[in-house]
Design a protein around this ligand. Structure first.
Ligand SMILES: Cc1cc2nc3c(=O)[nH]c(=O)nc-3n(C[C@H](O)[C@H](O)[C@H](O)COP(=O)(O)O)c2cc1C
Length: 195
């Protein structure tokens, strides 16, 4: 469970990034590893944060989905260039699927074509050509014509439950400030790190 001190700092910085016209303030790098320890990273969008952790949505059968199943430990990294002298937030923790109800609720807010795309895209698997994908989109459009689009069972939310959060504040001459929070199964404790 995130304590208010960490959550409020994160939310304030995210708000500052919005206010400072960061083009994609919720974009975060998500690093995952497979069972053999091979690491990969990509951008996903933060869709919520609360005391339970950080959440994003994806295809559970994608490459990252398979890695999360094999190895739930993940890392997130935000970088807001337009906040102060630049800010980085690093998060480490364990991932778990959000409940079906929470995934349904978010899926229902998505634009209809994005909902159809979630059915049509076999995310991360080989696509022989673009026409094949467009045909799948058209096929699902026909199937759901006139009705609501249900959430695909393979698509939903992921919660990252953090046990480490670092706030990095850029300073001149690389004399940056780093505040590292760690959870030891009972308490969150902070310490400063050399830059
Ligand atoms: C700005 C941006 C936002 C993205 N947001 C998401 C997202 O929220 N969820 C997602 O699954 N992929 C998102 N993607 C695509 C991922 O970076 C990635 O290509 C895709 O999820 C497949 O990754 P994988 O093959 O490692 O599973 C986003 C890409 C960019 C550039």
């Amino acid at each position: 469970m995130l304590i208010p001190e960490i959550l409020d700092t994160f939310r304030d910085l995210l708000q500052e990034a919005h206010d400072a016209n960061d083009p994609e303030p919720t974009a975060m790098t998500l690093a995952t590893a497979d069972g053999a320890g091979r690491v990969s990273a990509r951008i996903v969008l933060l869709k919520g944060v609360d005391k339970r952790g950080f959440r994003f949505f994806t295809n559970y059968e994608s490459a990252k989905g398979a890695q999360l199943s094999a190895h739930p430990q993940v890392a997130l990294c935000f970088h807001w260039k337009t906040v102060r002298h630049a800010v980085q937030v690093r998060v480490e923790g364990r991932s778990e699927h959000l409940s079906a109800d929470e995934s349904d609720a978010y899926f229902a807010t998505r634009p209809r074509m994005s909902q159809i795309g979630a059915w049509a895209s076999k995310q991360s698997r080989t696509l022989p050509d673009r026409d094949t994908f467009e045909a799948r989109v058209a096929q699902y459009e026909r199937e759901v014509e006139g009705g609501e689009v249900p959430r695909p069972p393979h698509w939903g939310g992921v919660l990252v439950v953090p046990d480490k959060v670092e706030f990095w504040y850029g300073e001149e001459y690389r004399l940056h400030e780093r505040v590292c929070w760690e959870y030891d199964d009972e308490h969150w404790q902070s310490r400063l790190l050399y830059p």
